[in-house]
Write a protein that binds this ligand. Structure first.
Ligand code: MOS
Length: 753
């Protein structure tokens, strides 16, 4: 397939004759998870008893380890080794200027340099976890501290454009802004946010016949395998990487960390399996976080509400040598029409832990400003915020001029408004009371890009008619296992029960893994291709087999449904055919390579959020009563797992509005709230009624199945709808997230509310 246009032809998935595509089937691995038999990396049974490693985090933001003494630790009960930069094994260095998320070396305990608080500076391995933890306390470390810059607010005024990323200008924004009758110029701030995956970053490693076997918690099998091999200086094929079940990734498990490298090295040294996990507190500092942002939005509009100018400039930070920054202004380039535009980013470097990707990098932070700015502008114009958005809906991508592959944003808004009862919203804040509560409604748009990357898949059909899918794909809680089974069943034409899925293994056909909400479309499209190849092979087998009732028929005419192979009224069971004609089974491969003309279309997923909150005017507490998201994200593979993804994102948006945020301790460049007792996230009682609706859609410019991603769409814009609802409830506009009760109280008092 070298053109997007080839995807318009009907195929088994778009025809869905078995009805398996879209069906809300239960999770494939659900029974394993609820019975505790789907082990995470740390829980896998190694071939012999493991040793346990504990990493020691640096206690300073910047400087060097000036003295370290492991003598007492080495003499402690059960200790097998104690490593620092002085005695850690040799490793390779990464090439200079490798981008974020590159499959390059990431050596551990490399030198005496400390680049951030929490950087592992020593490793102790012992026969038990308790002995390793006890011995870790006996390692004596002295530091030479250097001045560190960890205060984003203080550094932000000195920010400059990120390397190679000039502002994007269209028309003349400044002139349009000056001339506009209605203007808005406000700044929104978002804090550092932490992934807090349920399963920590963890690795179990051992060596077998000169090969390194690692079970680790990673989103990307091939990248992590290659990165580890490069770190160790061995062939990629000498790393057998397994990541079968992952307890949450959210972008934080895109990169790999010292648990992986040190477990591999220590198990080689000891000739024994070694397990290393980050503690919860260490995860906060030793793995990546979403950096803070400060976003200035300027809008210029005519009295009719049409935008004449739009500008969004995001200031953010990354670590000293960091290659990631939050591109929070990017989404605004495709959202609303405005002839004069200015968008871009500013970056400062801080001596903080690693800045990295977190669920919907860019949109999740960025929509928190623009979607509230639109709410404020609507009020200034005396327009309903939904109507303002409708008036600024572009016909083509406003920056590239490219046609949209499909864009049902206005349909999401209109249908959502009707389902939610948006017409009952009072345009004036502070008007609706329920007992002591002030009640309000808010809405926001959602947009998140869609991607397709190269991937491969292998399908095997065994003698009993069972199809096994094998891919170096991961399931980070999203439902990859389940949707791959559905794609395989519908594409080949067998019942769902006749499909096995094996993923999370570097020996399987490579895929980019899970991230950027590209997982289902990318791995799934490769699986689809393999399924089509298997269909073809089955057709040729049947029509070419003298023992088959299909013998002599045109292979092109073969249909397979419910495990029955047929041409016209001649048919036989797939299991019977394979047992007779290919008892050794059939194995085929498939792959997807995005055609170059995919770039001729502007391609995104869309949604509209509607939220009702109640604000207690006495305490400033916000309660989310109702949330509705209506989404257009291509053909939905599984209405249950997709809904979970979308509602999960929406809940996280509530967290962005009300809870999420790490506070930096200026003395140490550490986070003062580094655990789930102190880092606020929503719990069940924080979320009221919650629904995610998925519109019927197929995007035939996305891939042969017309599917897109949903993993990141739900979080985009969700928090803005909460913030807008708070304003509508009580008249408090708070542009500094999270919107805590103290801030609501202060804003209400300042305005005499
Ligand atoms: Mo995602 S934040 O690209 O896993």
């Amino acid at each position: 397939m070298n053109s997007v246009r080839d995807w318009a032809a009907p195929n088994p998935v778009t025809e869905n004759r078995q009805g398996i595509i879209g069906k809300p089937v239960d999770r494939y691995e659900g029974p394993l998870k609820v019975t505790g038999s789907a082990p995470y990396a740390y829980e896998v049974q190694p071939p012999s008893p493991p040793a346990y490693g504990v990493m020691i985090p640096a206690a300073i933001p910047r400087g060097r380890v000036s003295r370290v003494d492991v003598t007492a630790a080495e003499a402690a009960p059960g200790v097998k080794l104690a490593w620092t930069h002085l005695n850690a094994p040799a490793q390779q260095d990464p090439p200079p200027d490798a981008p974020f998320l590159a499959p390059v070396a990431r050596p551990a305990l490399r030198s005496d340099r400390v680049m951030h608080f929490g950087q592992p500076v020593a490793l102790v391995v012992a026969d038990t976890l308790e002995n390793a933890q006890a011995a870790a306390h006996l390692v004596e470390i002295a530091y030479e501290t250097e001045p560190a810059e960890v205060d984003f607010a203080a550094a932000a005024p000195h920010a400059t454009n990120p390397p190679g990323e000039p502002d994007v200008r269209m028309g003349d924004f400044e002139t349009a802004f000056e001339a506009a009758p209605v203007r808005l110029d406000e700044t929104w701030d978002t804090p550092i946010q932490i992934h807090c995956q349920m399963e920590p970053h963890a690795t179990l490693a051992w060596w077998e016949d000169g090969k390194c076997v690692v079970h680790t918690s990673a989103q990307m099998v091939r990248l992590t395998q290659t990165g580890l091999a490069n770190t160790l200086g061995i062939d990629r094929d000498d790393v057998l990487l397994r990541s079968r079940y992952v307890g949450g990734g959210f972008g934080g498990k895109g990169p790999f960390y010292e648990d992986l490298v040190l477990a591999a090295l220590a198990s080689r040294e000891l000739g024994q399996p070694v397990k290393i996990a980050f503690s919860r507190q260490h995860m906060f500092h030793g793995t990546c976080h979403r950096p803070a942002t400060s976003q200035r939005v300027r809008l210029a509009a005519g009295p009719d509400g049409r935008l004449t100018g739009m500008s969004m400039i995001t200031v953010t930070h990354t670590d000293r040598e960091g290659k990631f920054w939050e591109r929070a202004s990017n989404f605004s380039r495709s959202l609303y029409a405005a002839p004069n535009r200015l968008t871009g980013h500013r970056l400062v470097r801080l001596d903080l832990p690693m800045a990295g990707a977190m669920r919907a990098p860019g949109e999740a932070s960025g929509m928190l400003s623009l979607e509230c700015a639109m709410d404020e502008l609507a009020e200034r114009l005396g327009l309903d915020p939904l109507e303002l958005r409708l008036r600024n809906e572009p016909d083509v991508d406003p920056e590239t001029g490219k046609p949209f592959s499909i864009r049902q944003l206005t349909r999401c808004m209109r249908e959502g408004a009707q389902m939610f009862g948006w017409d009952r919203r009072s345009p004036k804040p502070g008007q609706v009371r329920d007992g002591r509560w002030l009640v309000g409604m808010g809405m926001a748009s959602a947009i998140r890009g869609n991607m397709l990357l190269p991937a491969k898949a292998t399908f095997s059909l065994d003698v009993s008619g069972v199809v096994t899918v094998r891919q170096g794909m991961t399931d980070i809680g999203t439902g990859s296992y389940t949707v791959l089974a559905q794609i395989a069943a519908e594409t080949v034409g067998v019942p769902l029960e006749d499909v096995r899925v094996e993923i999370g293994d570097s020996e399987f056909a490579p895929t980019p893994g899970s991230g950027g909400q590209f997982g289902a479309a990318t791995a799934g499209s490769a699986a689809f291709a393999a399924g089509m190849n298997l269909r073809k092979a089955i057709g040729e087998l049947g029509t070419g087999d003298p023992g088959s009732p299909l013998h002599g028929a045109d292979p092109e005419q073969v249909t397979i449904l419910g495990g029955v192979v047929a041409v016209g009224n001649r048919s036989e069971r797939l299991a019977a055919l394979i047992a007779r004609a290919a008892p050794e089974g059939l194995t085929v491969e498939g792959e997807i390579n995005p055609p170059s003309d995919m770039r001729d279309w502007s391609q995104h997923t869309y949604g509209a959020h509607f939220v009702e909150v109640a604000v207690d005017p006495v305490t400033g507490e916000t309660r989310v009563r109702r949330m509705l998201g209506v989404f257009a994200a291509g053909r939905i593979l599984n209405r249950k797992t997709a809904r979970s993804q979308l509602t999960g994102g929406m809940i996280w948006g509530v967290s962005h509005a009300l809870h999420d945020g790490a506070a930096v301790d200026p003395r140490y460049g550490s986070f003062v709230n580094p655990d789930l007792a102190q880092y606020m996230v929503p719990v069940q009682a924080d979320i009221g009624e919650l629904e995610a609706i998925m519109l019927d859609e197929a995007d035939d410019k996305a891939n042969p199945m017309g599917i897109k991603g949903v993993g990141e769409l739900g979080i985009a814009g969700s928090g803005s709808a909460v913030a807008n609802a708070i304003y509508n409830a009580c008249g408090a506009r708070i542009r500094d997230y999270p919107i805590t009760p103290e801030k609501v109280m202060a804003a209400m008092m300042a305005q005499g509310l």
